[in-house]
Write a protein that binds this ligand. Structure first.
Ligand code: UDX
Length: 435
């Protein structure tokens, strides 16, 4: 099939490349010529494992092209809207201006029978508003949320765990479903669960899934707060409750909390939308979820200050990790970067490192000092704060670190180190919600 993907950021670039990999002919469109320039050369504008390989191989087949010219979307039968919906400046609600301008710019190039497919995460009610814009174009609209995780984005797109189509009632819905089934023929043939529903449900599936995940993380972090005053161990607690199949162990890792371009902004936008709908109370708990999450950052800073006897000035603090999670260079709303910035603001001599996210961090916070290698970052540290659980930090050998930073306090902001091993090597080990 011939597809267009409007918006080549995280979601769109991965979607375009993956769809071409699956055999479709895809044109990716974005207003950012620098991004398009990189993608056209097969280079990913961000770090995502597997993406450069898929880009290069799809471009080589001739099935994948990138352009800044919307006119090239003409002739595609399905047009995906994959632009960002960031948090509005100074507000909780989502900024839909990119979605609106993408649809407006696409309108002149739509033909009768085309399908416009929203993939961006939007407040419920957006699709029924946008469908008005398509009136007269002869094109249908579907909402098809994306559930990709950074670090596994290509895999999640090529082999999704479920497909959700929000379609209109009647013939338009049948046409949309048929076209989407053709787009996702491989996943459908592999018996991927499919939910065909209305616009509102499809929009809500995405935000409620992210709200649930955020709630699960904040739940265990709330238990960590209780564990901290009772001497209990939140990691054992998570293991024990996780054996209950109804609860499950995944997303029960207590630590410095969630960040990234999705969970924080999505729960805020959801709460704001619920207020608009007169149902603010229904998701009022999301404000608490957000608050618990942010308190965990305070806690890590507090533990570092305790280790420095409240005298951070000029003391060397090594921050291991800057991205919001491992295998990503994304520092949007990153707890790790936030902790580094706050410790620096308190006067500590912060040296931060990360396998991929230094460049993005430096751009936002040029006041921070960075080291490329873990060893250089660790040398002479009084306090080591591990805030992103990259495998190279999880696998650090305490006896080797002891040569570089003897007797340091190690604050394990992701509860991913073996306390015993670190204590035996002479460190003061402090986890979150662990004795
Ligand atoms: C998330 C959703 O998982 C995905 O389905 C959606 O499409 C986009 O948002 P992503 O932002 O890539 O994906 O990250 P995810 O793996 O969900 O992690 C989010 C944050 O939660 C990270 O900061 C991570 O460190 C944190 N986290 C995750 C925890 O603190 N504890 C956990 O147990 C799991």
């Amino acid at each position: 099939m011939k597809l267009s993907v409007i918006g080549c950021g995280y979601l769109g670039a991965v979607h375009a490349a993956s769809m071409a990999e699956l055999g479709h002919e895809v044109v990716g469109v974005d207003v950012d010529w620098q991004k398009i320039g990189l993608l056209a050369e097969g280079r990913a504008p961000f770090f995502e494992p597997g993406l450069p390989e898929v880009l290069t191989s799809a471009i080589a087949t001739g099935r994948l092209t990138f352009t800044t010219d919307m006119a090239e979307a003409q002739g595609a039968s399905v047009h995906f809207i994959a632009v960002g919906t960031p948090q509005r400046k100074g507000e909780a609600a989502a900024d839909l201006s990119y979605v609106d301008s993408a649809v407006n710019a696409l309108l002149p190039y739509l033909s009768s029978g085309d399908l416009v497919v929203g993939k961006s995460t939007v407040p419920v009610g957006t699709a029924s508003r946008l469908v008005e814009k398509l009136n007269g174009s002869g094109a249908d609209l579907a909402w098809n949320p994306e559930f990709l995780r950074e670090g596994f984005a290509v895999e999640d797109t090529i082999r999704p765990d479920r497909l959700v189509y929000g379609v209109p009632e009647g013939e338009g819905g049948d046409r949309a479903t048929a076209l989407l089934n053709e787009v996702y023929a491989t996943a459908i043939a592999n018996e991927t669960p499919l939910v065909v529903t209305d616009y509102a449900t499809a929009e809500l599936v995405k935000v409620s899934a992210n709200a649930f995940l955020a709630t699960k993380i904040s739940f265990i972090n709330a238990m960590a707060e209780i564990a901290e005053v009772t001497g209990a161990d939140v990691t054992k607690l998570a293991d024990a409750i996780g054996f209950d199949a109804r609860i499950g162990r995944r997303f029960l890792n207590a630590g410095v909390g969630f960040g990234g371009g999705c969970l924080p902004k999505d729960i805020r936008a959801f709460a704001a939308r619920a207020e608009e709908l007169g149902r603010g109370q229904s998701v009022a708990f999301l404000k608490e979820v957000d608050a618990i999450n942010l308190r965990r950052r305070d806690r890590v800073v507090e533990l570092a200050l305790d280790a420095l006897h409240q005298e951070p000035l000029g003391k060397k603090v090594t921050v291991l990790g800057l991205s919001f999670k491992p295998d990503s260079d994304d520092v949007r709303d990153s707890p790790a970067l936030d902790v580094a910035v706050r410790l620096k603001g308190l006067g500590a001599d912060v040296i931060a490192t990360d396998p991929q996210a230094i460049e993005n961090s430096r751009r936002l916070h040029p006041q921070l000092a960075f080291e490329e290698t873990t060893a250089a970052a660790l040398t002479g540290a009084s306090v080591v704060v591990l805030v992103t659980e990259w495998s190279e930090y999880r696998d650090l050998d305490p006896s080797e670190v002891a040569q570089l930073a003897p007797a340091a306090t190690v604050i394990d902001g992701r509860n991913c180190l073996d306390p015993q091993a670190w204590r035996s090597a002479g460190f003061t080990y402090v986890g979150l919600g662990r004795p």
